[in-house]
Design a protein around this ligand. Sequence first.
Ligand code: NAD
Length: 264
Amino acid sequence: MEQTLAGRTALITGSTSGIGHGIALLYAQAGAKVMLNGFGKPEEIAKARAEIGAAMGMAEAPYSAADLSKPDSVRQMVKDAVAALGSVDILVNNAGIQFVAPIDEFPDDKFDAIIAINFASNVHAITAALPGMKARNWGRIINIASAHGLVASPEKVAYVSAKHAVVGMTKTVALEVAKLPITCNAICPGFVRTPLAEAQVGPLAKAHNVSEQVALEDFLLEKQPSKRWIEVDEVARMALYLAGPGSGGVNGAALSIDGGWLAA
Ligand code: NAD
């Protein structure tokens, strides 16, 4: 494929699975040197490192096991990425978790973890990576927010709050770097076909005593007018566009990729 990221370095959080993995693979195929991060079974992490390493012509991709709920670990991850890659030209804040409960039943520890991982870690990573981008006079910051960064759904108070904060933070950083060749944007996907998201269909079908197709369209994708999953590769291609040539005028945007959710 076209080597639009040749010579670039990228740190992609939460890239051992799902959307982050898809972005890391596409960036590697486009010529970037990437560092992975995220949890998982050792054999799954080894597989991702080998697969993405192969796309970069390496035995394995560099990897950080940093726990993004801890600010010091986030900052250390950025330092480790600079040591492994030489720089962090592109930062993709992707790692995220979810927990669903009514606000008056929402456990404090779950709320704090979602705010720390889905939002605060993005700020700490940007704080650590931005001085290097300024010194090299180029940078791309891409925050994977959500349709829930722009609209709410019930029982997702922590997730919706964190993702709205990501969109607000994205705009603030964009204004601060506006005169530099650095951009900061958010991607706001609807429901994306990842193993975790797909795993919700079976239980929903059982709970409502309907087929998996009906559960998918009427319950999980209730708000997604296309009634189909967004594919990981579609999100990765949007992230590639934002990191690649020709997107320098896009700054502070919250780009929807949601099958029409926000249009309704
Ligand atoms: P996923 O569960 O497949 O991947 C999440 C990644 O984050 C994994 O690599 C996991 O190990 C990592 N992670 C979780 N907690 C971490 C921690 N404390 N420290 C370091 N890494 C940690 O999920 P996904 O669906 O690919 O989601 C990726 C991002 O996209 C998230 O921010 C999510 O909110 C967002 N998103 C997902 C969807 C969807 O439908 N899948 C929709 C909109 C937005």
